[in-house]
Ligand binder design. Sequence first.
Ligand code: GTP
Ligand code: MG
Length: 291
Amino acid sequence: MEPEFRSGHVALVGRPNVGKSTLLNSLLGQKLSIVTPRAQTTRHRILGILTEPALQVVFLDTPGVIRPRSGLQQSMMRQVSMAVSEADLLLFMADARADRPDALSLERVHGLPAILVLNKVDLIRQDKVLPLAEAYLQLRAFEAVVPVSALKGQHLDALMQELRERLPVGQPLYPEDMLSEHPERFFVSEIIREKLFDRLRQEVPYAVAVNVRRYEENPGRKDLIHADIVVDRPSQKGIIIGARGRTLKAVGSAAREDIEVFLGRGVYLKLFVQVRPDWRNQEGLLRTYGY
Ligand SMILES: Nc1nc2c(ncn2[C@@H]2O[C@H](COP(=O)(O)OP(=O)(O)OP(=O)(O)O)[C@@H](O)[C@H]2O)c(=O)[nH]1
Ligand SMILES: [Mg+2]
């Protein structure tokens, strides 16, 4: 007998930098959510759809759980709440090397069905994972505990098997060839932000927003994209442009390469740098930049 079709929303939740976006990309086999070595990379709830013959998982990547201080961070934590409220099942993610459970993130998923995913096991000995798993199980019940390496693709089959068994019986929620639902310009701005995060130090990446201001599709020719890089202090503008424009140029060409791979077509990308003092706390600007 054919297995019954199952489908549902699965939110990835946990503190910044534990590898939520890396796991999303590995499970989908495509880079959808940006990944950088910096904490607080993801700022939205990002939807990615995985369809198999008898299963459709609608994954929701989320920003890492923190105590919000700016308007931007409040928006990020609203995105976490939204994803958690939509989810049928949670993947609660932690760094397998942590010495204690992540109480702040656990608060957010209190009482909800969750699988504990201990990531980055490629960096430690397998037997070191057990004490952390036990410490979590002292605090609450989990449907399952799965140690993985999102980066190296280790034990992802075990994780998928848990989802196949646990998601509710139901019809597909999206067409089977659909990967996401965000518009192309969203991914374009995220790719540019990733390249900025890769090159900026200390507080600067957190002061950056990217806003695609103009997007023209030209049949038979390359797309034309104008994007604003927004910072909140004049000194940061100089840092982003760099000596003789070197940083901005490097960001632009790295971003263009990835955007062309993502879209599957050529683009002209032009970047502008703007100063908008304290944009992270300005309601109207936050909305303009998609937060
Ligand atoms: N060694 C190792 N590194 C990993 C693994 N998964 C993720 N990383 C690295 O950890 C860093 C953070 O990964 P992200 O996927 O951006 O983490 P995140 O949880 O989405 O972070 P936020 O968006 O800030 O909440 C990146 O440098 C990844 O390459 C893993 O399994 N093993
Ligand atoms: Mg992320």
